[in-house]
Write a protein that binds this ligand. Structure first.
Ligand code: ZN
Length: 259
C-alpha cells in the first residue's frame, strides 16, 4: 500500500508509528507540506520510503500575515531551485471555503494557489490539492493557469461525482481518506465506487481523519488498511487488488519505482 497523503512530521512518536505502518503493509508515504516549520521536519524524515511534498496549506495562508506568506513562498522557491532532498510533488495547496477559515482569506488563498500552480509547472511536479467546498473556483483557477504535465491529486476528496469527473477529465487523480469508512458519507463513497481504477489513490491524512472503524485518537498510516478495505468492498474488488493498484498508481504519478 501507499499512503498518498499524511503528516508524519507532526507526530511525536513518528518512528514507532512508521514501524507499525510498515508492519501493516504500507510500502511508502507522502508527507504533504503545510508550512516552512514543517518542511524542515519533513526533510529530516525523508528516506527511500518516506517522500515529501512542500507547500503552503490554505489554512497556513489564512492564518499568516502577508509578510509571513511572502517569506515562506520565497523559501519554497529557494528549496525548489536547490532541493535539500528530492520532493516528489508540490503542495498541499488549494482553496478551503469551509467554516474553518475566514471568508476574508479567500482572495489570498486563491493568489497563493496560483503561485503554487506556476511553480508546479516550472519544476514539473504533480500538485497535491486541498479543496474543500470550493470546487467551482478551484477548477476555474486550474483551467485558467493550466496543470503541470506531471498532473496531480485531489487529496481527501469530499466533492460529488460531477466534481470528480471534472478533475479526472483534467488528468488529475482522486485520493480517498478514512471518510470512506463512514457509511453516512454516501456521496464520497459513491465516488470511490465509480471512478476509474487508474485514477484511484488512498491516504490516511494521519494524524487527522481517523477512520470511524478505529478507536478515537490520532490516525496513523497503519490504518490505511481500513481505507483500502472500505474502497475494495464498495468496488467489489479484493483488498489485494485495491492495495496493489493504488500503490502502482501512486508510483506512476510520483515517478517512483514500482516495488
Ligand atoms: Zn493534509
Amino acid at each position: 500500500m501507499f499512503d498518498a497523503h499524511c503528516h508524519l512530521e507532526r507526530m511525536a512518536d513518528a518512528n514507532e508509528v512508521w514501524q507499525r505502518s510498515r508492519k501493516a503493509g504500507v510500502h511508502g508515504v507522502l508527507i504533504a507540506g503545510v508550512n516552512a516549520e514543517g518542511w524542515k521536519k519533513q526533510n529530516e524524515m525523508h528516506d527511500e520510503n518516506i517522500h515529501v511534498a512542500w507547500g503552503l496549506h490554505p489554512w497556513s495562508v489564512a492564518h499568516a500575515t502577508g509578510e509571513q506568506i511572502q517569506e515562506q513562498m520565497d523559501l519554497l522557491q529557494k528549496m525548489l531551485a536547490d532541493p535539500p532532498v528530492q520532493p516528489i510533488a508540490l503542495g498541499e495547496t488549494g482553496i478551503d471555503h469551509s467554516k474553518r477559515v475566514s471568508k476574508e482569506s479567500r482572495d489570498i488563498q486563491a493568489t497563493v494557489f496560483r503561485q503554487h500552480i506556476r511553480l508546479s509547472k516550472q519544476y514539473n511536479l504533480p500538485l497535491v490539492l486541498h479543496i474543500v467546498r470550493a470546487h467551482e473556483q478551484a477548477i476555474s483557477i486550474l483551467k485558467d493557469e493550466g496543470l503541470p504535465p506531471a498532473g496531480g491529486m485531489v487529496h481527501s476528496f469530499s466533492g460529488n461525482g460531477v466534481d470528480a469527473k471534472r478533475y479526472i477529465n483534467m488528468g488529475l487523480h482522486i485520493s480517498f481518506s478514512g471518510t470512506v469508512t463512514d457509511v453516512r458519507r454516501k456521496k464520497v463513497r459513491e465516488v470511490a465506487k465509480n471512478i476509474p481504477m487508474d485514477r484511484l489513490l488512498v491516504e490516511t491524512d494521519a494524524p487527522d481523519q481517523t477512520p470511524i472503524t478505529r478507536p478515537r485518537g490520532p490516525n496513523e498510516p497503519a490504518f490505511l488498511v481500513d481505507v483500502v478495505n472500505a474502497v475494495a468492498t464498495l468496488r467489489e474488488e479484493t483488498f489485494e487488488t485495491v492495495a496493489k493498484r493504488t500503490l502502482r498508481n501512486a508510483c506512476l504519478l510520483f515517478k517512483l519505482e514500482i516495488p
